[in-house]
Design a protein around this ligand. Structure first.
Ligand SMILES: [Zn+2]
Length: 470
């Protein structure tokens, strides 16, 4: 047996440090370093792969080099028949692929997977559900609560990876899908680190992935996102799998968003929207209607933004609150958007529009718990801020889209057509859009195709003044 060398690996990002410290110098996380032993000098799991590669060097196998311009074979996909999930996956589960589903504990990952298993079992797939967190009876009870009793789903409760690999027999007649819930409970006996540490999580996922690829099994792996750094999060696995999905949402709100962070078989950034109720998760096919459900058109401090999430447009409500501050540095708080971007919009409004908020507290909320990353939201946020500061409601049925530059200019945005069509579908009448978009060659045709929409173009944020006349 080789001497064990100890090292400290960060449970948040996987970086290995040779000295313990309170803060990981790679990702900046506090208290995330845990002592782990490196068997045989390097991580045994990976060193074995290297040996495999070395031995193949001596073989006489020659590669068949082929031309790039040939016909590509389409991937074999298994439809889950849950449309929102199939959309995020890029059209269904690719047979033999490995999918990681990350999310906060308790957000509904197990519920999503047991419902997916049910839908797949109904269409003649062979499903194996391995629970490392709950006993078989607990999983059965959960399934019963959700009204699921598919005989086609086989259950087992274990945390031992070797036992799982030894027990699974791929079905020759139908696609086999294995669900691992969760990877943080799984362990390999060969490693001395505790389950949930970086080396265990990586090695367990690695073993399962190799097994799945070899046998053309589709593998769904659940991974908890952790904030305290006690167990390794999905970040340390992202490079090993084909597809990474995150299940997001606030626990006390009832809808959830499934987002593709990485997808070798489809577009990253695609989202699926679900609603959590007492019978489990149900699909939301018209998310804009959900996010605007409580939108009050005649209140000051609100504006509507037409965003693009993946390939679909989603309308969201932006709320702002501006109140006097008695602090030397007034508070700026934001939910669902970037705080630095908010600071920029406030600064531009101050110097280019004449709206000074330097002695005011500013709160900004994207309603419904959805996170927006688009700069095209600048204009809607500026509208909400002006509306809140001046206490004038924006003319009802108005949406705003546009990026704001530092000189106050409103810049061109992409996907205008999809955004405007969604606004028209939901009955909006007025759209404030960048003047720069008029230059697009199909703008005239687009305007003609949406006769019910009144398009107001703005070149500079000072043009917004006309909206806020009492
Ligand atoms: Zn780190």
């Amino acid at each position: 047996m080789t001497k064990k060398k100890s090292a400290y690996s960060c449970q948040a990002c996987g970086a290995v440090h040779f000295k313990w410290s309170g803060k990981c110098s790679d990702c900046g996380e506090w208290n995330s370093l845990v002592e782990e032993f490196e068997e045989g000098g390097a991580n045994s799991h990976f060193s074995r792969i290297t040996i495999d590669k070395k031995s193949s060097k001596n073989s006489n196998n020659k590669l068949d080099l082929i031309a790039l311009d040939g016909e590509a074979q389409d991937f074999l996909r298994i439809k889950t028949t849950i449309n929102e999930l199939d959309r995020v996956l890029g059209g269904g589960l690719v047979q033999g692929s490995v999918i990681l589903i990350g999310g906060d504990p308790g957000i509904g990952k197990s519920t999503l997977l047991i419902q997916t298993a049910d839908a797949l079992a109904k269409h003649n797939n062979h499903i194996i559900y391995i629970s490392g967190e709950e006993s078989v009876d607990q999983v059965r009870l959960r399934a019963k609560r959700l009204g699921i009793s598919q005989a086609g789903i086989q259950l087992a409760a274990t945390t031992n990876v070797s036992d799982i690999i030894n027990s699974i027999k791929p079905d020759k007649n139908c696609p086999t899908i294995v669900i691992i819930d969760s990877i943080q409970t799984m362990f390999l006996e060969e490693l001395s680190s505790a389950p949930g540490t970086v080396s265990q999580v990586r090695a367990a996922a690695g073993e399962l992935t190799i097994f799945a690829k070899k046998n053309n099994i589709t593998l769904l792996i659940v991974s908890h996102v952790t904030k305290d750094g006690q167990i390794a999060g999905p970040k340390v696995l992202e490079h090993m799998v084909d597809t990474v999905l995150y299940f997001e949402g606030e626990k006390d709100l009832h809808f959830r968003i499934l987002r593709a962070i990485k997808n070798r078989f489809g577009a990253a950034g695609e989202i699926g929207v679900f609603e959590m109720n007492d019978i489990g998760l149900s699909e939301v096919n018209n998310p804009s209607e959900l996010f605007l459900a409580s939108y009050d058109r005649d209140t000051s401090g609100t504006a509507v933004f037409a965003g693009i999430e993946g390939s679909r447009p989603i309308l969201v409500e932006v709320q702002a609150l501006v109140s006097p501050s008695y602090m030397p540095t007034p508070r700026r708080a934001v939910v669902g958007w970037d705080l630095n971007r908010l600071a920029m919009v406030i600064a531009v409004l101050g110097s280019r529009f004449g709206l000074n908020l330097f002695d005011k507290e500013v709160y900004l909320n994207i309603v419904g718990g959805i996170e927006i990353n688009e700069t095209a939201a600048d204009l809607a946020i500026a509208c909400a801020l002006i509306s809140a500061a001046r206490d004038i409601a924006i003319a009802s049925s108005t949406i705003a889209i546009g990026e704001i530059g530092l000189t106050g200019e409103v810049r061109m945005i992409n996907n205008l057509e999809a955004r405007l069509k969604e606004a028209a579908r939901l009955g909006f009448k007025n759209c404030i859009i960048p003047k720069a978009n008029e230059k697009n060659k199909n703008f005239a045709a687009l305007k003609k195709s949406l006769p019910d929409l009144n398009l107001k173009t703005v070149a500079h944020i000072r043009d917004l003044a006309q909206l806020f006349k009492k």
